[in-house]
Design a binder for this molecule. Structure first.
Ligand code: 2AM
Ligand code: CA
Length: 252
């Protein structure tokens, strides 16, 4: 089955991440000095492009490290982040993941996020539930007062930092505590698995959230923009994900 074949490709890429010689990772900056890319981001993306297009030859391919982003509006497309959490990868913080979504006519049909450090493979097919290593997962049914808030600091966008911390303070006041992982894809899977109740970040790219958004929804959670309205897979937008008993309207 296609979803199993994709998982195998992602597990192989995970081995490459685990075995990486980070002293020779060729760390470069893109734009601001905190926006990093390594030769491993590029190597993993090259493998994903080759192997995924072997599996689905007529699909378009959109990857973080690609210069040209093909259209996802019609037909099949892969939206791929070879290493989500690159700063963590460079620091050996061990919280990074490979994220692969497959869309059909602009809608996510398959979402997979693989965390090689914990050997956790999160998967979802539209209408068929969400799984971690083959076991069904569900979002938390706890209210925020008994919950954890995850957030991304939008550190790449200076104009958003004040707003991020203002909203964080509001969420902090309403939850038990806060956590910051540095990988949006893993944060979304953490919500899907019911390990935390609320996640937000004020600007992400589609490859950061395409797969994770389906995994959250299939696990019974809600995904929207922080300000309300649906997320967009064609351009950067904010992302809010919550468990089933969280009222996040205080963030709008
Ligand atoms: P990345 O590690 O793949 O670059 C951290 O706050 C999250 O923001 C990570 O998932 C990171 O993905 C993502 N992110 C969003 N926009 C980014 C940008 N312009 N540059 C780097 N990371 C970005
Ligand atoms: Ca990345």
């Amino acid at each position: 089955m296609l979803i199993e074949q994709i998982q195998q490709v992602m597990r192989d890429c995970g081995q490459l991440m685990l075995q990486a010689d980070r002293s020779r990772a060729d760390v470069e900056t893109k734009g601001r000095s905190n926006n990093l890319v390594t030769k491993y981001d590029k190597a993993v993306q090259d493998i994903l492009r080759e192997k995924l297009l072997e599996l689905v030859p007529d699909a378009h391919f959109v990857g973080e490290e690609e210069d040209v982003h093909e259209s996802i509006a019609s037909g099949k497309a892969f939206i791929v982040d070879p290493i989500d959490g690159t700063t963590n990868f460079v620091k050996d913080y061990k919280a990074s993941a490979i994220s692969v979504a497959m869309t059909q006519d602009g809608e996510v049909e398959l979402g997979l996020v693989y965390n090689p450090y914990l050997d956790e493979m999160f998967t979802a097919q539209r209408g068929k539930g969400a799984y971690c290593n083959g076991k069904p997962i569900h979002v938390s049914d706890q209210p925020l007062e008994a919950g954890l808030t995850l957030y991304g600091s939008a550190s790449y966008y200076p104009e958003l930092i004040d707003d991020s911390f203002r909203l964080l303070r509001k969420a902090f006041d309403r939850s038990m505590d806060i956590r910051r992982s540095g990988s949006a894809a893993l944060d979304l899977c953490t919500i899907a698995a019911g390990r935390a109740e609320l996640y937000f970040e004020l600007r992400l790219q589609p490859w950061d959230y395409a797969a994770g958004s389906l995994i959250v929804r299939e696990a019974g959670g809600k995904v929207s923009r922080v300000e309300g309205g649906d997320i967009d897979l064609t351009k950067a937008c904010s992302v809010l994900a919550t468990g089933s008993k969280v009222d996040a309207s205080f963030l709008h």
